[in-house]
Design a protein around this ligand. Structure first.
Ligand code: ADP
Length: 289
């Protein structure tokens, strides 16, 4: 197994028993929505992150609202990606990294989870990568990959899952006649939507997106933005974006960071129209970026 596949195997180790049971027992209805039975709230308490002794996140307390798009904004290097990556412990492999405080999914502190518990927690927190990174296999196999890892091998069920999620990301009509062709042959925008389908197929409640449109052309980027807006009825989305304009377009909830601290957090209306902090006002006015 190559390194990319290994990463996804780890990230998907927690395919939900809900999906598993569902696909085992019910003929898969293509347009049926998976029930998200978790109301677990994602938040941080007094979260501190250090890399080689330098403090990267400082006493961060944020709460991610359900079924909304939360945008983490702030100048480059302020800790946006680091914060996003603590939500499913993707920073673990960073050399010299230390964390304290809490990242809670419901009653479980993700920071305290051992590896088996972690995969269970991660099942609810999917990641859409920054750059499209299809696995070196067919379009079909990319979407089915996580399901197969968790024991779903029935062709009819897999066919339905693949179709369902390719439809969910608006890719079905573009690829239905070439499902067996390599994913690498798709355009960048199509690959990013395929990656999104792959993330959705393991049925997370939260979707983390780290500048997921930054590598895309404007039209593909718009499509992914539209998708996020549609998906929020079923998922809670946390996005890092360095494009203030993007946040203005799609954010419901905003976290503004500066030098590792959360300066302001609130509804998009509140933060964008009535910022409380001088730094937020300056950032919104373009005084720094
Ligand atoms: P942002 O996403 O806001 O651009 P990051 O979270 O990527 O910021 O980085 C925050 C700070 O942490 C930066 O100063 C960056 O240099 C530092 N940092 C991030 N990752 C590493 C790493 N692996 N090793 C050392 N420093 C890092």
């Amino acid at each position: 197994m190559n390194a990319i596949a290994a990463t996804f195997t780890q990230a998907w180790a927690g395919l939900t028993h809900r999906q598993f049971a569902y696909t085992q027992s019910v003929p898969f209805a293509v347009d049926a929505k998976f029930a998200h039975d978790t109301n677990a709230q994602l938040d941080t308490r007094n979260l501190n992150v250090y890399i080689n002794g330098a403090q990267i996140l400082k006493d961060v307390n944020v709460s991610i609202p359900k079924n909304k798009i939360t945008c983490i904004i702030g100048p480059s290097g302020c800790g946006k990606s680091t914060l996003l990556r603590t939500f499913n412990r993707l920073n673990d492999r960073v050399e010299g990294l230390k964390m304290n405080g809490e990242v809670n999914l419901g009653k479980s502190n993700i920071l305290a989870a051992n590896s088996s518990k972690l995969s269970e927690l991660r099942r609810n927190i999917g990641l859409v990568p920054q750059r499209p990174c299809p696995l070196p296999m067919s379009i079909y196999d990319n979407v089915a990959y996580g399901c197969r890892i968790h024991g779903i091998h029935n062709k009819k069920k897999l066919d339905s899952i693949v179709q369902h999620y390719l439809k969910a990301v608006g890719l079905w009509d573009e690829v239905k006649d070439r499902l067996k062709s390599p994913a690498a042959k798709l355009s960048g925008g199509q690959q990013q939507r395929l990656c999104l389908a792959r993330s959705l197929a393991v049925e997370p409640s939260y979707l983390l997106a780290d500048e997921s449109t930054s590598a895309l052309d404007p039209i593909s980027s718009k499509k992914v933005e539209q998708l996020f807006t549609e998906l929020k009825k079923d998922y809670s989305i946390v996005m890092v974006t360095h494009t203030l304009r993007q946040a203005l377009r799609i954010a419901d909830h905003v976290i503004f960071m500066y030098l590792g601290e959360v300066i302001e957090e609130g509804s998009a209306d509140q933060v964008f129209k009535h910022p409380q902090h001088e730094l937020t006002k300056k950032y919104l006015n373009g005084a720094f970026s």
